[in-house]
Design a protein. Structure first.
Ligand SMILES: Nc1ncnc2c1ncn2[C@@H]1O[C@H](COP(=O)(O)OP(=O)(O)OP(=O)(O)O)[C@@H](O)[C@H]1O
Ligand SMILES: [Mg+2]
Length: 217
């Protein structure tokens, strides 16, 4: 492999991402103490670690797209497991600051075909957004919508600003306080899922807060 081969950078990023995953697990093992200063610092370290992991995942995603390797690895996954794992991560990240609710509609099949890593990345970014903006509650839902699986993260924030809703609907970049890439990644991830001529979608709207919904055929 040539040193300027971008595959080399991708492998390095992958390695860093995995190391940070181990660091995050190590931080999780630090016991809480009867001292808010200690606990707050550990929580901040955990959140930061997860944030950097998310960034490295995005970097790998850009690499894949640039290499035209954006074929998702679609497999059969348990919808229950997926939703519960996301909610566990949300509980761990929010550290009791917010209420995390889960609702899996009885119509939702036990198994759905999707790229679990990509879908998890999109949902965790939505959770990170909700952690930043929600007042008290984040709700994770799985429902059926026109024969598609709809995975929703809703919160009780002020809702998405109008310009973000318009930009995502029209496929154009938006102003943001962060990199402003999270929702655009989520849209690409949704669109990379297709099945029998139908393509996945990211739908955003406001309903007593922000509603982020991945619709997967
Ligand atoms: N749950 C939410 N409630 C209210 N506003 C939101 C919410 N999620 C996102 N937004 C708004 O949408 C913008 C774009 O979100 P997006 O996730 O794409 O980017 P970001 O969070 O700013 O940056 P990044 O995700 O790359 O760190 C945010 O800057 C914020 O203004
Ligand atoms: Mg974000």
């Amino acid at each position: 492999m040539k040193l300027d081969d971008t595959g080399f950078y991708a492998a390095l990023i992958h390695e860093l991402k995995n190391n940070l995953g181990l660091l995050a697990m190590t931080i999780d093992q630090i016991p809480a103490q009867n001292e808010p200063v200690h606990n707050e610092a550990v929580d901040a370290a955990r959140l930061l670690c997860q944030g950097v992991i998310g960034r490295l995942q995005q970097a790998l995603f850009i690499y894949k797209v640039s290499q035209q390797q954006m074929h998702p690895a679609i497999n059969a996954y348990s919808t229950q497991d997926l939703v519960h794992e996301i909610s566990e991560q949300a509980v761990a990240l929010s550290r009791g600051q917010l209420k995390i609710e889960v609702d899996i509609h009885p119509d939702v099949p036990a198994i759905w075909f999707l790229d679990r890593d990509l879908i998890e990345m999109a949902l965790i970014n939505a959770i990170h957004n909700s952690l930043a903006y929600a007042r008290s509650t984040i709700r994770i839902e799985a429902t059926m919508l026109d024969g598609c699986l709809a995975l929703t993260v809703r919160d009780d924030s002020e809702g998405y600003p109008e310009h973000v809703l318009n930009s995502v609907a029209t496929n154009t970049p938006y102003r943001s306080t962060g990199t402003g890439l999270g929702l655009q990644f989520a849209r690409l991830i949704a669109q990379s899922h297709d099945n029998q001529g139908r393509t996945g979608e990211l739908r955003l709207h406001n309903d007593q807060g922000a509603v982020f919904c991945l619709v997967l055929p």
